[in-house]
Design a protein. Structure first.
Length: 345
């Protein structure tokens, strides 16, 4: 019961410090807003129809569209039975297939004309090359990128914390084994390690990206957590826990971990930011999200070719959303680190 009260007091004190930091609370509000938008997107409340072709190809943002482009031309009003298909031969009344051909040409002409009549010439923040709404696409892409960043960072920090705690607390042969394991991972360039894991998994998807990043990103948290456990295991409160018969796992995770959790949180914030960026690289290399799934990484990858054509709105939307989330998450994580640091009074 004593350990439970100490842990609750630590988090209660941290929350009081956070509430006094206006910048931290503003950053928290932004992060929560993104998470709520993620939940709404995942449940289909918003951006469920992001793949609908609602505008003309590369439709510009409304504020950047030419004033003359107010309404899409109504091509359907000029559609005729045979004139709708340019270059169509004149009708032959003696042709047994004349009536069928006439109906086919009318249907084809209607199919060609209707998309132009239905699609908007501009959207509030523009459209991509398929006519998808950039706002809906950015929201749906954020769902994928945030899930990848959070899940992969959680996996990496969880592995690093577990390995670092065991290695730093026990030392000796256990520490030697984990140090050897750490040295093997860090001796291989990170990009080669990512490609190796990707080649072993041999399957595209969000889960694959999470495993690739999580299984290759645990080394940083491991090194820092191991050093913290080496430092804390000889302190008075751990020796007191040992005197009352606390088990090794209880000392590691009920007594020591709350005092080093700020290190794990800092690593979490760094890795979330890094993994969201890494998803862009994986998409560029062909190991990212599969066809039919959108992410901020795939949007930035598409925007490379669009910039040559002067179509800047998809790049701006994806980069702005990613920059806002990354900045807010970093500011909040830094504030949370200070609030949880037992040295800060």
């Amino acid at each position: 019961m004593h350990a439970i009260h100490d842990s609750a007091g630590l988090w209660t004190l941290a929350w009081r410090r956070l509430r006094a930091d206006r910048l931290a609370m503003a950053a928290l509000a932004v992060v929560v807003a993104f998470l709520l938008l993620l939940a709404a997107s995942a449940s289909g409340i918003v951006a469920a129809d992001w793949e609908e072709e609602v505008a003309l190809n590369y439709a510009p943002p409304t504020f950047a569209a030419p004033r003359s482009a107010q309404v899409a031309p109504d091509a359907a009003s000029t559609t005729g039975s045979t004139a709708s298909v340019p270059g169509a031969p004149p009708a032959n009344e003696f042709d047994p297939l004349a009536q069928d051909l006439s109906e086919l040409r009318a249907t084809l002409g209607k199919a060609v004309a209707e998309p132009s009549a239905a699609r908007a010439p501009s959207l509030p923040f523009g459209a991509d090359k398929w006519g998808h709404d950039i706002v809906r696409k950015t929201i749906k892409g954020g769902e994928t990128s945030i899930v990848v960043g959070l899940a992969a960072a959680t996996l990496a920090v969880g592995m690093g914390t577990l390995f670092g705690a065991v290695s730093g607390f026990y030392g000796g042969v256990v520490d030697d084994f984990f140090n050897w394991f750490y040295s093997v991972f860090t001796s291989i360039p990170s990009i080669l390690m990512i490609l190796t894991v990707a080649a072993v998994l041999q399957q595209k998807g969000v889960l694959t990206i999470v495993l690739i990043l999580g299984l290759t990103g645990w080394t940083g948290p491991y090194r820092l957590i191991r050093a913290e456990y080496f430092k804390h295991k000889a302190r008075e409160y751990v020796l007191a826990a040992d005197a009352i018969g606390a088990s090794a796992w209880r000392k590691m995770f009920s007594h020591i971990f709350p005092n080093v959790s700020h290190v794990a949180l800092v690593q979490m914030s760094i890795l979330v930011v890094g993994f969201i960026k890494a998803e862009v690289i994986l998409s560029f290399l062909g190991f990212g999200v599969p066809v039919g799934v959108v992410s901020w990484g795939s949007m930035l990858n598409e925007a490379q070719n669009e910039l040559i054509l002067g179509k800047w709105w998809q790049l701006t939307a994806a980069a702005s959303a990613m920059a806002l989330l990354v900045t807010a998450f970093s500011l909040f994580a830094d504030a949370l680190r200070d609030a949880l640091d037992p040295k800060v009074k």
